[in-house]
Design a protein around this ligand. Structure first.
Ligand code: PLP
Length: 374
């Protein structure tokens, strides 16, 4: 049987990882500033993570949501504490798309309305409604097409006010920083306006924090920089440091009912153990602070390069916008300097490393980057 070839693949086989370093089958060391696409939050093979998962596996790996799973309650409590959203409610699932799908659905259950506002440049996942709210027609299959999603220009306050004249708006979904869209930070006033309009029209503010959340920006949710709360935050990627887990946290005004949402695998014992290890590491090692400090340092240093068009982002979610003639930098970082980075079209390098990245590793990248662009 062949694999279904949907991914362009680098000819590298990674067989081992420690912290922010990974190794191929020939023992070549790579610096990982990509984190397997913003997923590795506390480092590869983090000892607490490995021990927690191993211990849990020896007890029980999985049982269904039809029984008491105290680990879920521990996770909810810890997540409330670390994120500051202590009165929110947690629903666990398995991925970012699933988190957004559930959030959009829950919003519609809540207010009985149908229309979703999403923005140009957005990426919310590949399931039915999440992909319909994603601004990329190439990945929307005919069966996913719907007139329930209204796309507005990113950051356009007038268009937003105008759109709310339709009184069937159920929710507004927005990334705190667009990831796939090229590391574009949502303007603070725009997030505040979304909050106000959602309040006035009984619509639900959904903060897609799948990529920009979980401490990556130095605050637990990037939307927190706007000083307003969303009604639902969606999470995945960094939540399990590689173990598949996603979730949504839901404001107290939205009440649950049996059967409203559900999942077979979501919130299983192993996933909760992984997620708890991540939050414990974040707390014990002040990783939000580290993300802000090392990320701030990287951004400041990168801004000194006149060759770069723009440096965008917050904390350890950084976009380096390069001119077209520097199209080879990402490839050269990988194959000449053994540094993994991410990308966004047309020519943005995305840095999405583990939250415990050291300044020494940041310097190793800056040195290599300097050699390539100078
Ligand atoms: C902002 C955002 N939302 C949702 C998703 C979808 O997450 P998943 O691939 O886990 O379904 C992604 C994935 O890249 C993302 O960046």
């Amino acid at each position: 049987m062949n694999l279904f070839g949907v991914y362009p693949i680098n000819p590298i086989e990674i067989v081992k990882g420690v912290g922010s370093l990974v190794y191929d089958a020939q023992e070549t060391e790579y610096l990982d500033l990509y984190g397997g696409h913003a997923v590795i939050s506390i480092g590869h093979t983090n000892p607490r993570y490995v021990n927690r998962l191993e211990d849990q596996l020896h007890k029980i790996g999985f049982y269904s949501n039809s029984i008491e799973i105290p680990l879920q309650k521990q996770l909810a409590e810890k997540l409330g504490k670390v994120s500051g959203k202590t009165d929110y409610q947690l629903f666990l699932c398995n991925s970012g798309a699933e988190a957004n799908e559930n959030a959009l659905k829950l919003a519609s259950f809540y207010n009985g309305k149908k229309k979703v506002i999403a923005f140009t440049g957005s990426f919310h996942g590949r399931t039915s409604l999440a992909v319909a709210a994603t601004d990329n027609p190439k990945i929307v299959a005919p069966v996913n097409e719907t007139d329930n999603v209204i796309f507005l220009p990113w950051g356009d306050g007038n268009a937003l006010t105008e759109a709310f004249k339709n009184n069937d708006i159920s929710s507004v979904i927005i990334e705190g920083i667009q990831g796939v869209g090229g590391i574009k930070v949502a303007p603070i006033e725009f997030l505040q306006q979304i909050r106000t309009l959602c309040d006035e029209h009984n619509a639900v503010f959904i903060a897609d924090s799948v990529q920009c959340g979980y401490g990556r920006t130095g605050r637990f949710f990037s939307h927190d920089f706007a000083g307003v709360d969303a009604d639902i935050y969606t999470m995945a990627k960094g939540m399990g440091n590689g173990f598949p887990i996603g979730g949504i946290i839901i404001a107290p005004k939205i009440k649950p009912a049996y059967g409203m949402l559900g999942t077979t695998f979501g919130g299983n014992h192993l996933a909760c153990a992984a997620a708890l290890a991540v939050l414990e590491e974040i707390e014990e090692h002040s990783l939000l602070q580290n993300a802000a400090e090392v990320g701030g340092y990287l951004t400041e240093e990168l801004k000194k390069f006149n060759e770069i068009k723009e440096v965008r982002g917050r904390g350890l979610m950084i976009g380096i916008d390069l001119p077209a003639e520097m199209a080879n930098v990402k490839k050269d970082l990988l194959f000449k300097h053994h540094i993994f980075t991410g990308e966004a079209k047309p020519n943005v390098i995305r840095l999405l490393p583990a939250l415990n990245l050291t300044k020494a590793h940041a310097d190793r990248f800056l040195e290599a980057f300097s050699q390539l662009v100078k």
